[in-house]
Design a protein around this ligand. Structure first.
Ligand SMILES: Cc1cc2nc3c(=O)[nH]c(=O)nc-3n(C[C@H](O)[C@H](O)[C@H](O)COP(=O)(O)O)c2cc1C
Length: 284
């Protein structure tokens, strides 16, 4: 509904009902979701919810180009029906920034999960050995705490060799559907053997065998050689048996020293933010 002025019946009553539904959700943790099409009821077409009396939708659906009031939308999802990239992020408000960049990262990561993006934990990992030649590849983020970002791999791979020569790396997340990018840089250490062990045994049986068979960054003579080895190990370690973690397999943890959070806005909403946090410590 396009709106300017005071809501008239029956919309005045409808708005009140939806508002009370939203308040009820906040206090009773119910999971009903309000979606508004084009312009949320009670909003001004350009200025948004000027009087604070309008609906507070969880999702805004812009069937064509978004109206100006869409800039004021702060809910978690903005669906752009007419554009190829459907999701855009809410306007990035400096005041909503978390003081700790790891918390900020978690917030954006949760948004990527909520938006249903495919493998939001996929990240480009860039390393360079002592020859200074950089190389990048995708890995999956498998742990995050105040100590840093964890992924698992083969220590004898190309990246493993580069990290042993130069234990620093850069990570890059790009969440296309949300039009967001996060860059993280810092020193890298292997995680403890016990941490790698725990994670290794939490993986599916087939992945554990795969980690033994996989000779990352090496040329395999023929595919059937790998298949044969896989079959032999399956016979040796049937489902349910304890598969020993290979020495060459384990985790790395990057302790962030630099973060960059970037968000672009699509269509007519051309805001761009680059936020750089440096020298992260527990207190910043
Ligand atoms: C989406 C995606 C996720 C990946 N996740 C991992 C991972 O978590 N660990 C890993 O060792 N390789 C992973 N790979 C494979 C790596 O990108 C890479 O091909 C491999 O680790 C060898 O890299 P290197 O020769 O540079 O060491 C992934 C690939 C893709 C496309």
């Amino acid at each position: 509904m396009k709106f300017s002025g005071t809501p008239r019946p029956p919309f005045d009553d409808l708005i009140q009902r939806l508002l009370s539904l939203h308040r009820y959700d906040h206090t009773h943790q119910r999971s009903s979701v309000i979606a508004s099409v084009d312009i949320p009821s009670g909003w001004h077409v350009e200025e948004g919810d000027i009087g604070g009396e309008g609906i507070k939708p969880d999702m805004l659906i812009s069937l064509t180009a978004p109206k100006l009031c869409a800039k004021k939308f702060c809910g978690p999802h903005h669906f752009l029906g007419a554009l190829r990239e459907n999701y855009i992020s809410p306007e990035f408000d400096e005041n909503q920034l978390e003081a700790n960049p790891i918390d900020q990262f978690k917030k954006w990561f949760d948004d990527a999960l909520t938006a249903g993006l495919h493998e939001p934990n996929a990240m480009a990992l860039s390393t360079a050995g002592k020859d200074g030649k950089p190389s990048s590849r995708m890995v999956l983020l498998k742990g995050l705490d105040k100590e840093g970002f964890v992924w698992y791999t083969n220590y004898e791979s190309h990246k493993g060799h580069q990290l042993s020569e130069n234990p620093r790396a850069a990570l890059l997340f790009y969440w296309d559907g949300l039009n967001r990018q996060v860059r993280i840089e810092g020193p890298v250490k292997k995680v403890s053997e016990s941490e790698s062990e725990n994670y290794f045994h939490s993986r599916p049986h087939g992945s554990q065998i795969g980690a033994i068979v996989s000779k990352q960054s090496t040329v395999v003579p023929r595919r059937d050689v790998l298949h044969q080895e896989y079959k032999e190990l399956e016979a040796k370690f049937p489902e349910g048996s304890l598969i020993p973690k290979p020495k060459h397999w384990g985790g790395y943890r990057l302790k962030p020293e630099m973060f960059e959070f970037w968000q672009g806005q699509k269509s007519r909403l051309h805001d761009r933010w680059v936020l750089i946090f440096c020298k992260c410590s527990d207190n910043n």
